[in-house]
Design a protein around this ligand. Structure first.
Ligand code: EZ4
Ligand code: CO
Length: 402
């Protein structure tokens, strides 16, 4: 089944997405997400300038071989741009393979390991009261797992907080906004937030929190310890993970479960974290970690060490990625939870999809392939708009992780 065409579609139905569409000689096509938030055009160029010319004429069924061809063949390995481009090719090929066999993708990945996929939603607010309100809204929608982020008293703005009741959007149009940070303010406040949430919502609902790489290992150990009475499902990205051994310090101080990996792009980024059992959940995702092919290898390594998956799933991962992730989640044995932020109505229209949400769980649907399509005519009405993630500065102006 020869590949006859491949094209990169950049569109911005509310936010930017990069999509690869691969077509074969018999007319079957597949889609892959290649969106790298805030650096979208670099992957679009990597694909159209350097990958597409090498795809034409190849046998679309040779998914593993094509993966290795682009990974080893480029000489320059890994990195978010390369791995997102390879992921887009990989997912498009899995989509084609499943469509050609007239089956939903999960059937090719070992079949269902569960009935449906537990997802967590994003509650946030400028203060405790608003965050409680937002959390309650997600409870009323049926969510069984909810992440809570809150504005910090004394800081003018914090990443991940929706304003005026709206959900937050990762990346804003124009140049990067700047937020304020103080670890001391945060550490004093965050246990109070979760005490209030537990008091209001009881012991059963899963509560998650994202520290977004802002702490040192020993600070993270302290936060984890202070949060222990509130039994979090996980504390995410407690410290930047370039320093994998830093997680050992966190482990020495707290039993709060740790999740990490949304910025990782290969198995080598998490090898020690997994093998030394320094984390509980690995958050690598389809689009940024080399597609279904590479993500399965990460999950298989994690399974040996009782580390579960918890794929990133914010709105900057397109519906194409969400669809692929749900097939992966449904099939992989050591699944933990899937992040889910619904896309806007505009985005959903550009990417019609078979996946659905019900009562806190999602299902990829049973359409052949990944079950996500693109309306190219509609996509063309939403041209690319420059947008960036924010930066973060400490109160004295020093640049900090966000
Ligand atoms: O910052 O998706 O867990 N979710 C997150 C997101 C990420 C963005 C990055 O593009 O941390 O808000
Ligand atoms: Co995160």
């Amino acid at each position: 089944m020869k590949i006859t065409d491949a094209k990169v579609i950049v569109c911005s139905p509310g936010r930017n997405f990069v999509t690869l569409k691969i077509t074969t000689e018999d007319g079957i096509y597949g889609l892959g997400d290649a969106t790298l938030n805030g650096r979208e055009l670099s992957v679009a160029s990597y694909l159209s300038d350097h990958v597409v010319p090498l795809l034409i004429g190849r046998d679309a069924r040779r998914i593993e071989d094509i993966w290795q061809y682009f990974y080893k063949g480029a000489y320059w390995r890994r990195g978010p741009v390369t791995m997102s481009a390879i992921a887009a090719v990989d997912v498009a090929l899995w989509d084609i393979q499943a469509k050609s066999l007239n089956t939903p993708l999960y059937q090719l990945l070992g079949g269902r390991s569960r009935e449906a996929v537990l997802v967590y939603g994003h509650a946030s607010g400028e203060d405790v009261e608003k965050t409680l309100g937002s959390f309650g809204h997600f409870v009323s929608l049926g969510y069984k797992a909810i992440r809570a982020q809150c504005g910090i008293p004394g800081l003018s703005s914090t990443y991940g907080i929706g304003h005026g009741g709206a959900v937050y959007e990762p990346a804003e149009k124009g140049l990067p906004p700047e937020n304020q940070w103080s670890t001391e303010h945060y550490m004093r406040f965050i246990p109070q937030l979760f005490a209030a949430l537990r008091k209001e919502f009881g012991p059963e609902i899963h509560m998650l929190h994202d520290a977004h790489h802002k702490l040192t290992p020993i600070e993270a150990g302290r936060v984890g310890k202070d949060l222990e009475p509130h039994r979090l499902f996980w504390m995410e990205d407690p410290t930047p993970a370039e320093l994998q051994e830093g997680f050992r310090i966190i482990r020495h101080h707290t039993t709060t479960p740790i999740a990490v990996g949304e910025v990782f792009n290969s198995i080598f980024d998490c090898q020690h974290l997994i093998q030394e059992q320094l984390v509980d959940y690995i958050r690598t995702t389809v689009v940024h970690a080399g597609g279904i092919t590479h993500l399965r290898k990460i999950a298989n390594l994690a399974e040996l060490y009782q580390v579960r998956t918890g794929c990133h799933g914010a709105t900057d991962l397109s519906p194409v990625c969400m669809g692929a992730a749900l097939h992966f989640d449904l099939s992989v044995h050591n699944f933990g939870v899937q992040e889910y932020m619904p896309h806007t109505a505009e985005t959903d229209k550009v990417f019609p999809h078979a996946y659905s949400f019900k009562d806190g769980f999602m299902h990829p649907g049973d359409r052949p392939g990944i079950g996500v399509d693109i309306d190219e005519k509609l996509a063309a009405q939403y041209p690319y708009e420059r947008a960036y993630l924010p930066v973060n500065r400490k109160l004295d102006g020093t640049l900090h992780s966000w």
